[in-house]
Design a binder for this molecule. Structure first.
Ligand SMILES: Cc1cc2nc3c(=O)[nH]c(=O)nc-3n(C[C@H](O)[C@H](O)[C@H](O)COP(=O)(O)O)c2cc1C
Length: 211
């Protein structure tokens, strides 16, 4: 215990910068991550909290260009289909957004949740099965921040049909898709989210009620 590091003001200031400058990235440089970087980042995910310590996240690394293109084509069609839900003015703004970097990002990961992991012995999820998926999201956010600390951007892609993506990736039964992620060096860095810069949606204060 006595070896635990102390976090000082300088560290906290840097951490605040990390939170403020982390972005969801859709515009990637094409240069690959240095050797070992992907593996190191995936190891950091293992430090995330999880219900019952079950660590239900499962990771598929997409390494073939055929699968990459199939995913990109699927997401492109899901993006077009989702446009139908907007009125004309919103639809025009939506059409201008870039919503994934699946063709450019050097590293693609599909993150799944094992819906019945042996680890954890069911602790903590008897009444809230969804805590398994929440756990996977904590690991994704850990990855997101760890990557950004190395200058590596991450883009979360969710405009897709999870069953289609699961079938495309041919993963073990019982894994449900939580996220499709693009990782690589960002084309630019900014402290303003892309959707805010595009006039789509700005950040708002957290909604808090007092009881
Ligand atoms: C669960 C989740 C799903 C998301 N899906 C998409 C997506 O499909 N396409 C996209 O461009 N951004 C996606 N995003 C990124 C958000 O648009 C982004 O986080 C938000 O606009 C705030 O910007 P920032 O992350 O740069 O702060 C997703 C983010 C989360 C957390």
């Amino acid at each position: 215990m006595s070896d635990a590091p102390a976090f000082d003001d300088a560290f906290r200031a840097k951490l605040a910068d990390l939170f403020r400058w982390r972005r969801d990235v859709r515009h990637f440089r094409r240069d690959p991550l240095p050797p070992g970087m992907a593996e190191a980042l995936l190891e950091t995910m293992a430090l995330a909290p999880s219900v019952g310590n079950a660590q239900p996240w499962r990771i598929a690394r997409i390494d073939t260009s055929a699968r990459r293109e199939a995913l990109a084509a699927h997401v492109d069609s899901a993006i077009i289909a989702a446009a139908a839900g907007y009125d004309e003015e919103r639809r025009a703004a939506y059409a201008r957004l870039k919503l994934h970097g699946l063709r450019e990002a050097p590293l693609l990961l599909a993150i799944f949740t094992d819906e019945a992991p042996a680890a954890g012995h069911g602790l903590g999820r008897a009444t809230m099965a969804e805590t398994l998926r929440y756990s996977t999201v904590t690991a994704i956010h850990t990855l997101w921040l760890a990557a950004w600390a190395h200058g590596v951007g991450l883009g979360w892609v969710s405009i897709l049909d999870p069953d289609t993506v699961t079938a495309l990736l041919d993963v073990p039964t019982g894994w449900s898709l939580t996220a499709l992620l693009c990782l690589g060096y960002p084309d630019e860095t900014t402290d303003v989210p892309e959707l805010e810069r595009a006039g789509w949606q700005a950040r708002e204060a957290s909604h808090v009620v007092t009881r």
